[in-house]
Design a protein around this ligand. Sequence first.
Ligand SMILES: NC(=O)c1ccc[n+]([C@@H]2O[C@H](COP(=O)([O-])OP(=O)(O)OC[C@H]3O[C@@H](n4cnc5c(N)ncnc54)[C@H](OP(=O)(O)O)[C@@H]3O)[C@@H](O)[C@H]2O)c1
Length: 65
Amino acid sequence: MIKESVTVLGAGSMGSALAGAFLAAGYRTHVWNRTHARTAPLLRAGATAHPDIADAIAASRCTSC
Ligand SMILES: NC(=O)c1ccc[n+]([C@@H]2O[C@H](COP(=O)([O-])OP(=O)(O)OC[C@H]3O[C@@H](n4cnc5c(N)ncnc54)[C@H](OP(=O)(O)O)[C@@H]3O)[C@@H](O)[C@H]2O)c1
């Protein structure tokens, strides 16, 4: 079952591990990293990688609050 969207800012070691865990748990996962190319492995794993940080944040904005 697809769960809510989450956004992870930063795709270094910690951000990539967190984003990978969200993907594995079935969340629609959006990622942004200052160096956009570094999001490539997460993109291949099923995340949506945003070049623009505002777009990444808006992608998982709460729609009920
Ligand atoms: N790794 C661990 O096991 C661990 C454990 C506990 C705590 N932490 C803490 O978690 C944090 C991240 O650690 P990490 O291991 O993920 O480090 P990392 O692999 O070196 O990643 C650093 C991340 O921060 C980004 N970054 C650095 N300076 C930035 C700036 N000025 N503006 C925007 N983004 C910037 C980097 O983006 P770029 O790719 O563009 O450089 C990258 O996404 C650190 O504070 C670390 O002390 C890490």
